[in-house]
Design a protein around this ligand. Structure first.
Ligand code: TPP
Length: 403
């Protein structure tokens, strides 16, 4: 037994572990310096870690500390605000299109725009980003066309052939797999001695996957030029982050891979961009990988196939709305005298017209033939794929068997 029993019990340690010696106990909140000698054994702290949290723009739009250079440039900040607004307008339209049967399942980004645009603005065009399925703010910043995003979520794989950055990865629904793809790209950049970085997104739920641990382990072991951005939006469909892990932060998962981990206010576009820029600059100059946990909130349903009101407290969502990113960025820009109601309305009108034009174009594109579903996997398709293709052709366009 030891004298920390009561303290440990309040940290939620199961009673069954109470008799373990100190050396076998996991207690992240105690980092007492050793060595403490007990008979023959020596107990000492051999490693200590810290996870820092960064915020520059608080929820009311007030600046905490010093502004990085890009944030002192009003036109750049206005551009970033515009990019968040543009993503939000597109997002709302995409949900409406799905509701009226004109789009397939869609994963909204409502509330996460600061992280997505902040990351987009921090990346260089020659870098390579591995997205998941929500990050339109990053894609649009990098030049991906709205019509391509609509095509993809409309079930047309041609939408994955981004007209913008051709070396970015396509949408990735199999959770966490994109982290290994990005680690592979980073390995290639390193071998070729190219001054480029990979950046992989991952959700809070995704960090429970073995694939994620493999990716950060590889990145750490090979000292790769890569940044992992965990978007902690607090929910993985209906599983809250508290049930996902016993870790105090998701950033600390980096420590096991020998990588620095840092938390940032993911609704603070200035802190996100600055933190990601610094991590990329470090990676680009041979300083190795970083894991950044961006704290945000998914204000929408998980996807249009979900109804979050069935599992998520209304009060929690109301509180989260107070922290959303557009409000604080708007307040910041207004205080600097570069944004007013008329300017914002003009931006809204411009983006709404752009979205409407993209929707019109999307709806005018003829649907792919049913064959396309089978044609790009094999050079020489196996017989059973050929059989499936013939069956699909019989069903095509009828919604029911044609025989
Ligand atoms: C390997 C795998 N397992 C399960 C799923 C089903 N699935 C889709 S999204 C999701 C939750 C992901 O949550 P999180 O990583 O927190 O990202 P978020 O959707 O909240 O952005 C799950 C389990 C999947 N797509 N891939």
């Amino acid at each position: 037994m030891n004298d920390r029993l009561n303290t440990d019990a309040t940290l939620g340690e199961p009673a069954a572990y109470a008799d373990l010696p100190d050396s076998l106990r996991y207690n992240p909140r105690h980092t007492e310096a050793g060595p403490a000698v007990r008979g023959e054994s020596v107990v000492k702290t051999v490693a200590e870690f810290q996870i820092q949290y960064r915020q520059i723009l608080d929820p009311t739009g007030h600046v905490r500390g010093e502004l990085p250079a890009f944030a002192q440039d009003d036109s750049e900040m206005l551009k970033m605000f515009g990019a968040m607004l543009r993503a939000r307008i597109f997002d709302a339209k995409a949900v409406n299109l799905q509701r009226t049967g004109k789009l397939g399942t869609y994963a909204p980004c409502l509330g996460q725009e600061a992280t997505h645009v902040g990351v987009g603005a921090a990346l260089r065009p020659e870098d390579s980003v591995a997205i998941v399925y929500r990050e339109i703010g990053t894609l649009f910043w990098r030049g991906v066309r709205m019509v391509d995003v609509l095509l993809y979520w409309g079930g047309d794989e041609r939408g994955n052939d981004f007209a913008g950055p051709a070396h970015d990865f396509p949408w990735c629904v199999p959770i966490a797999t994109q982290t290994l793809h990005a680690a592979g790209a980073a390995m290639a950049f390193k071998i070729r001695k190219e001054p480029r970085c990979a950046l992989a997104y991952i959700g809070d739920g995704g960090t429970s996957e073995g694939t994620f641990y493999e990716a950060i382990n590889l990145a750490g072991a090979k000292h790769l030029p890569i940044v992992f951005v965990i978007v902690n939006n607090k929910w993985a469909i209906s599983v809250p982050v508290e049930e996902q892990t016993a870790a105090q932060t998701l950033a600390q998962k980096a420590i096991a891979a020998g990588i620095p981990g840092v938390q940032v206010d993911g609704n603070d576009i200035i802190a996100v961009r600055d933190t990601v820029e610094q991590a990329l600059a470090k990676a680009r100059s041979g300083g190795g990988p970083t894991v950044i946990e961006a704290l945000s909130y998914r204000l929408s349903d998980h996807t249009t196939a979900d109804d979050a009101s069935r599992y998520r407290p209304k009060e929690e969502v109301e509180e989260a709305w107070k922290l959303e990113p557009l409000v604080r960025t708007r307040a910041f820009l207004r205080a600097r005298g570069v944004l007013d109601e008329a300017r914002e309305q003009a931006l809204k009108a411009e983006y709404t017209a752009e979205v409407e034009a993209a929707v019109k174009e999307y709806l005018s594109i003829p649907k792919q033939s049913i064959d396309s579903m089978f044609d790009y996997l094999y050079a020489n398709p196996p017989r059973y794929i050929e059989q499936q293709k013939q069956i699909a052709k019989r069903y095509a366009g009828t919604g029911r068997p044609s025989h």
